[in-house]
Design a protein around this ligand. Structure first.
Ligand SMILES: Nc1ncnc2c1ncn2[C@@H]1O[C@H](COP(=O)(O)OP(=O)(O)OP(=O)(O)O)[C@@H](O)[C@H]1O
Length: 300
């Protein structure tokens, strides 16, 4: 079963092309990231996947169904960017209401509300009204809502936007814990966060799919190192690194940052060789990271 298949998916708003012939297929597995600048078409894509919008052209299948099909109820869940909780109902009442919409009895729905609140570590808030929660806690409740009925696929549109670091971290760990039980497609502007959570990245720009990158292959091969130096010490460093054993390519990606591509079989201990070279040349580094950062992958 494919999770999502889009073929030449196109969406026009009047004369504005929000999505232009987007084609991709994604399979079940680790969370998938959807990245792109403001106005790239991410929310439009989410809305098409949920069946809130109809394509102008092309086709989309989600869990092998047409978006909006009844059979997707309980199998597909989405957290819209601006999701709101009902301020007049307790957290438990609104979660159990959504569980009843999926066909659960009143008693079952209350248990389901407790279960999903446990998953986001907010069982204590069951009797509270949303106004008693912080913005970050409210977002976690909204994420709990997507877990109702244990769907096969959950779409999260900017789940950590505007959230304080502690709650954002909590949300990342919730996604990480739940990825064994469900599949996630996550849109975010936080590339570091996506890099930690996702194996595959879809990059949209101006309504077109520009790149589909597998991060897993990169880290499994371990054939990149991202090196950040003290800014004053970068002159001629590219040439020095290029002379080292096993180096395939060195890119001076930003003022103080170098992306080093190397052959692991030829030089399995490149970090140690780099430390030796820094010591010989009296150079100071800020950080050495295994892998190529998503930011550099997308924008190099
Ligand atoms: N209802 C609409 N009517 C007209 N144009 C729209 C409508 N919704 C979105 N657009 C336009 O379509 C393009 C894609 O918008 P969309 O909201 O999908 O982008 P996005 O990637 O989600 O942006 P952001 O990161 O800012 O949320 C933008 O140029 C936007 O102005």
């Amino acid at each position: 079963m494919s999770l999502i298949t889009c073929n030449d998916l196109t969406k026009l708003y009047g004369s504005k092309t929000a999505l232009n012939k987007v084609s991709f297929e994604i399979q079940p597995g680790a969370p998938i990231a959807l990245v792109g600048p403001n106005g790239a078409g991410k929310t439009t894509l989410f809305n098409l996947l949920c069946g809130f919008l109809k394509p102008s052209n092309g086709s989309v299948r989600i869990l092998d169904q047409r978006p909006g099909e009844r059979s997707l109820i309980g199998n597909l869940a989405a957290l819209p960017q601006d999701s709101l909780l009902d301020p007049s109902l307790s957290i438990s009442a609104q979660l159990s209401f959504f569980a009843q919409l999926q066909g659960l009895s009143k008693a079952e729905s209350l248990k389901e509300a407790d279960r999903v609140l446990d998953l986001v570590d907010l069982r204590d808030t069951a009797k509270e009204k949303p106004t008693a929660l912080s913005h970050g806690m409210g977002k976690r409740v909204a994420i709990a809502q997507t877990f109702i009925g244990s769907p096969k696929l959950i779409l999260l549109d900017e789940p950590t936007a505007g959230i304080d670091p502690a709650n954002a971290k909590k949300i990342r760990s919730i996604v990480s814990e739940q990825q064994e039980n469900t599949n996630f497609l996550i849109s975010s502007h936080n590339l570091d966060e996506l890099e930690k959570l996702c194996d595959q990245v879809l990059y949209l720009e101006n309504g077109s799919l520009q790149q589909s990158i597998s991060l897993k292959n990169q880290t499994e091969k371990n054939d990149f190192i991202t090196l950040t130096m003290e800014q004053t010490q970068t002159a001629n460093l590219v040439n020095v690194i290029k002379l080292m054993n096993g180096i395939k390519h060195v890119e001076h990606s930003q003022q103080d940052t170098f992306i080093i591509e190397y052959c692991v079989n030829e030089e399995p201990n490149l970090e140690i060789r780099l430390f030796e070279m820094f010591s010989q040349n009296k150079l100071q580094y800020k950080s050495i990271l295994r892998g190529k950062r998503l930011e550099d992958t997308l924008f190099s």
